[in-house]
Design a binder for this molecule. Structure first.
Ligand SMILES: Cc1cc2nc3c(=O)[nH]c(=O)nc-3n(C[C@H](O)[C@H](O)[C@H](O)COP(=O)(O)OP(=O)(O)OC[C@H]3O[C@@H](n4cnc5c(N)ncnc54)[C@H](O)[C@@H]3O)c2cc1C
Length: 479
C-alpha cells in the first residue's frame, strides 16, 4: 500500500475514524489535501458509533447529548446541513430518585447567571439550610480564573466540595451523578478542575446547559454525513484497517510510514507527507515508538488512561417514562439516561404513537452505567437486572406492569481519558515535536476535554497546526 497524491497537493494519513479524525479530515480536504482515513473497526464513529441489530433497531456505543455550550461541532454540522437534526429539549435538568422522588433545575430566559436563580429558588427538594451552603462555592465557580481552575487539579471534586463546606446531601444527590455523567468517574476520583470548569461554563452562559438529542442514529445524522463530505471532496476512508506500528525515519525526526493491517492481510507500510493520529489514548500509547517515549511530550501521554463505562439499551412493552429529556439519577448505577422513545423520534418502533399521545408506546431506554470498574465482569443478564432494579426504584408505579422485551449491553473498557487529579499537565498541544506528526483527541489541549465538541476542536486544531507547519507559519495552541 502507498498513499497517492491525486490532486498534486500534499497527502495526509489520518488514523482513527471517530469525530476527531473525521473533523480533521473535513478541515484538510477543504484545503485541498489528499486525505486517507484508516479506521480499525468495520464502522466509523468511535465512541459514538451505531449499528443496527438483527431486528433493525439502532444500538449506540453510548448515550450522547449536545450541550448549548458547544460551538465548533455546531459550525461543522451547519456546514454539513445536519444542524437541524438536533432536537433541543426544554432547559431543565430532571433528577429521578429512589422511591419515585424527583427534583428539577428549571432554567429561565434571564441574563446569566440569573438564568439559574429561579431553579435554586423553586427547588423544594433541598432545604434552605442545604442550599445556603452553596453560596461560598458560587464565587469561585462563577469567577474562577484559569489559574484558579488549574490549581484545583491537585485535588478531587469531593475534596474541593468538602473544603467549600457544601452540604453532603447536595453533594450526593446533585454532584455525584454530575461527575459520573461527565466522565464516568466518581466524585472522589475525578479532578476538581474539570468539574469546576464545566459548572463555570454552565453558570456563565445562559444556554450552555441546554440539552439536545439527534433525531435518529449518529450514523445517519452525523458520522455518515462527515464521512460523505470527505469522500465527496476526494478523500478516501478505509474501514477495518488497523495501524499496527509507527515507523520513524532513519534520523528519527519524521514519521516515515504507518504500518496498517487491512482485514486479515499482513500489515503494509503507508507513506504520506503528514500523519495525524486521532486515536483513543490507550491505543495511541501502544503505538508511540520507543525512541520518542523519553521526550516529555510523549512521556506525559503514557500516564493517561481511559475510563471504563457500560451502556445498557432496554425496551419495555409499556411506557415507563413520559419525560422527553435527559435524566439524572444519584441512586444506583444509572447516573444519566434517557427514554429515547420520547427524545429521539426515529427510534420509535413502527406502530408506536407519535406526539403527546404516547398511549400504546413502550419505552426504549439508553443508560450510561457507571462507575463501571466492578460491573464490567458481570454477565449481561446481571447488568440488565441491576439496571432494571434501579428503573423500578425511580419509576415504582409506571414500572409495576411493564416488562422488558429486549435488552443490549455495550462494554467500553477504555472510553474517554480519565481526568484524575494531577494529570491535566500531561495533555499536549496538537502539534507534536515530530515535524510531520499531529495528534487529535480529548487528551489534547482544548477546553471541552473528551466530548464531541472536544473531539471536533482537537481535530480542527490538529488540521490547523498541520497547515501552519506546511506554510512555515507559527501555530499557537488555543482553547
Ligand atoms: C458512553 C459514552 C457517552 C458519551 N456521552 C457523551 C455526550 O453525551 N456528549 C458528548 O459531547 N460526548 C460524549 N461522550 C464522549 C465522546 O463520545 C467522545 O469524546 C468522542 O466521541 C471522542 O471522539 P474521538 O474521535 O476523539 O475518539 P474515538 O471516538 O475513540 O475515535 C477514535 C477511533 O480510532 C479508532 N482506532 C483505535 N485504534 C486504532 C488503530 N490502531 N488504527 C486505526 N484506528 C484505530 C477507534 O476504533 C475509533 O473509531 C461519550 C462517550 C461515551 C463512551
Amino acid at each position: 500500500m502507498s498513499s497517492t497524491n491525486m490532486t498534486g497537493n500534499k497527502s495526509v494519513v489520518i488514523a482513527g475514524g471517530g469525530i476527531a479524525g473525521l473533523s480533521a479530515g473535513i478541515a484538510l480536504v477543504k484545503q485541498g489535501y489528499q486525505v486517507e482515513v484508516y479506521e480499525k473497526r468495520p464502522m466509523l464513529g468511535g465512541k459514538w458509533s451505531s449499528w443496527r441489530d438483527a431486528d433493525g433497531d439502532w444500538i449506540e456505543t453510548g448515550l450522547h447529548v449536545f450541550f448549548g455550550a458547544y460551538d465548533e461541532i455546531f459550525t461543522l454540522m451547519r456546514d454539513l446541513g445536519v444542524y437541524d437534526h438536533i432536537l433541543w429539549k426544554n432547559h431543565v435538568m430532571t433528577y429521578t430518585l429512589s422511591k419515585g422522588d424527583r427534583f428539577e433545575f428549571r432554567t429561565r430566559k434571564l441574563p446569566s447567571p440569573f438564568h439559574l436563580l429561579p431553579a435554586a429558588l423553586e427547588n423544594k427538594f433541598f432545604s434552605w439550610r442545604e442550599k445556603l451552603t452553596l453560596i461560598g462555592a458560587l464565587y469561585p465557580m462563577l469567577f474562577g480564573s484559569p489559574a484558579y481552575y488549574a490549581e484545583q487539579d491537585n485535588q478531587t471534586y469531593k475534596q474541593w466540595n468538602d473544603m467549600m463546606g457544601i452540604d453532603q446531601r447536595m453533594f450526593s444527590k446533585m454532584f455525584i451523578p454530575m461527575t459520573l455523567a461527565l466522565k464516568f468517574l466518581a466524585a472522589d476520583r475525578i479532578s476538581a478542575r474539570i468539574v469546576l470548569e464545566v459548572i463555570g461554563i454552565f453558570l456563565r452562559q445562559n444556554n450552555a446547559s441546554r440539552i439536545g438529542f439527534l433525531r435518529g442514529s449518529p450514523q445517519q445524522h452525523l458520522i455518515g454525513p462527515m464521512a460523505d463530505f470527505i469522500t465527496s471532496h476526494g478523500g478516501r476512508i478505509h474501514a477495518d484497517s488497523k495501524v499496527e506500528r509507527i515507523e520513524m525515519s532513519a534520523d528519527g525526526t519524521r514519521v516515515a510510514a504507518l504500518h496498517i493491517r487491512a482485514g486479515t492481510a499482513e500489515p503494509q507500510p503507508v507513506t504520506a507527507d503528514h500523519f495525524l493520529m486521532a486515536l483513543p489514548i490507550h491505543n495511541l500509547k501502544r503505538l508511540i515508538p520507543e525512541s520518542l517515549k523519553s521526550q516529555p511530550y510523549f512521556e506525559g501521554l503514557t500516564r493517561l488512561n481511559g475510563v471504563p463505562v457500560l451502556t445498557v439499551h432496554l425496551w419495555t412493552d409499556k411506557q415507563v417514562s413520559h419525560i422527553d429529556n435527559c435524566l439524572f439519577s444519584p441512586d444506583g448505577v444509572i447516573p444519566v439516561y434517557a427514554d429515547m422513545a420520547n427524545t429521539t423520534p426515529e427510534y420509535r418502533r413502527p406502530g408506536d404513537t407519535d406526539g403527546a399521545n404516547m398511549a400504546g408506546r413502550g419505552s426504549r431506554f439508553q443508560f450510561v452505567v457507571a462507575p463501571a470498574d466492578e460491573l464490567m465482569s458481570l454477565s449481561d443478564e446481571e447488568i440488565v437486572a441491576r439496571v432494571w432494579a434501579n428503573v423500578c426504584d425511580v419509576f415504582p408505579d409506571a414500572s409495576a406492569n411493564a416488562r422488558i422485551i429486549k435488552s443490549a449491553v455495550v462494554r467500553v473498557p477504555q472510553s474517554v481519558y480519565g481526568p484524575l487529579p494531577g494529570l491535566d499537565k500531561y495533555r499536549v498541544p496538537q502539534a507534536s515535536p515530530v515535524s510531520n506528526l499531529f495528534l487529535a483527541g480529548g487528551y489534547t489541549i482544548q477546553k471541552f476535554y473528551d466530548s464531541m465538541e472536544g473531539a471536533c476542536r482537537s481535530g480542527n486544531r490538529a488540521a490547523n497546526a498541520l497547515i501552519a507547519r506546511d506554510c512555515g507559519l507559527a501555530w499557537h495552541p488555543t482553547q
